[in-house]
Design a protein. Structure first.
Length: 263
C-alpha cells in the first residue's frame, strides 16, 4: 500500500487529479482506459482539476470509459440527489470530449435491481476490468455503499443503508434521514479490488479513525476499507488532519518513502 500525505484537501485533490490524468495520458493499450468514479464531497476537488486540465488540453477523455460506484434505489436520474445527476452536474457536463455512451452508472430505477447489478458486472468485464478506481470512504470506513460487515469479496449488488449513513447523507435531503433512500445498488468490495489500481481519498479529522483502520488495523469486515491492505496497487491520498490517529512511526515512514519516491 502506498500512502501519500498532503498538507490539505486542496493538495490531495491536485495530487489525485494529476495522477489520474497521467495514467490516462500514458495508456498505451488498444482499448479505452477504464476509470471507476465515486460521488460525495471527497472527489469534488479532483473533478474540478480534471475539468480544468481537460479544457486546457492537458488530458483527453475521448478514450475513457467510466463506471460509477453506486446509485440510490428509487431515485430517477433527473432527481437532484441522484448520483447520475451529481456526476453530470459536477463532472461529465463540463468535459469537452467525454462521450455519453462511455458513461456507465447503475440504474436505481431498474425493475430488477439484482439483474441490473449482474449486467453492470458483465459490462465491466467486457472492457477487461477497471484500470483505476477512485473512491472515498465514510467515517466508518465504508467504501462505496459497502457498509461495515459487508463481505470483502462482495460483487455489485443491492445494499441496505445503515441509519448512520442515512443521517450523514440527510444533509442533502433537507436534514431529514427519512427522506434518504434506505437502499442502494453498489459495486462490491471485490469489484473495487479487482481493479488494477485503487486510489482512495481521505481528508479531515472525522476520517482519522477510518484512515488508521485502513493502514494499521487488521483486515476485517468491520472496516471494509481494510480490504485495500490486500491490494497490490492501492494508493491512499490523505491530508494532515486525517493522520491524527496514525502512530508517529507510521506517519514518518510514509513521509520518508514518498520523499525517496521523488528522488
Amino acid at each position: 500500500m502506498r500512502v501519500v500525505i498532503q498538507e490539505n484537501y486542496e493538495k490531495v485533490s491536485l495530487w489525485a487529479a494529476h495522477y489520474i490524468a497521467d495514467k490516462i495520458n500514458n495508456h498505451k493499450e488498444d482499448r479505452p482506459f477504464v476509470l471507476g468514479l465515486p460521488t460525495g464531497s471527497s472527489p469534488i476537488g479532483v473533478y474540478k482539476e480534471l475539468i480544468r486540465m481537460n479544457k486546457a488540453g492537458e488530458v483527453s477523455f475521448a478514450n475513457v470509459v467510466t463506471f460509477n460506484m453506486d446509485e440510490y434505489i428509487g431515485l430517477p436520474k433527473e432527481h437532484d440527489q441522484s448520483y447520475w445527476y451529481f456526476m453530470h452536474d459536477n463532472f461529465f457536463n463540463h468535459l469537452v470530449d467525454m462521450k455519453p455512451e462511455n458513461i456507465n452508472i447503475l440504474n436505481g430505477m431498474a425493475e430488477d435491481p439484482e439483474a441490473e447489478c449482474a449486467r453492470y458486472e458483465e459490462k465491466i468485464a467486457s472492457y477487461g476490468g477497471i484500470d483505476l478506481f477512485m473512491g472515498g470512504i465514510g467515517v466508518d470506513g465504508h467504501l462505496a455503499f459497502n457498509e461495515p460487515y459487508t463481505s470483502l469479496t462482495s460483487r455489485t449488488g443491492v445494499r441496505i443503508l445503515t441509519t448512520d449513513t442515512r443521517i450523514v447523507n440527510s444533509r442533502f435531503f433537507g436534514n431529514d434521514p427519512e427522506k434518504v433512500p434506505a437502499k442502494a445498488v453498489s459495486v462490491g468490495i471485490g469489484t473495487v479490488t479487482d481493479s488494477k489500481e485503487v486510489l482512495v481519498l481521505i481528508s479531515g479529522h472525522n476520517k482519522a479513525r477510518a484512515l488508521q483502520a485502513t493502514v494499521e488495523g487488521g483486515v476485517s469486515q468491520k472496516w471494509t476499507c481494510s480490504a485495500l491492505q490486500m491490494h497490490n496497487g492501492a494508493i491512499i491520498v490523505c491530508d494532515e488532519p486525517a493522520c491524527g490517529e496514525l502512530m508517529v512511526d507510521t506517519y514518518k515512514y510514509f513521509l520518508d518513502i514518498e520523499k525517496n519516491e521523488r528522488l
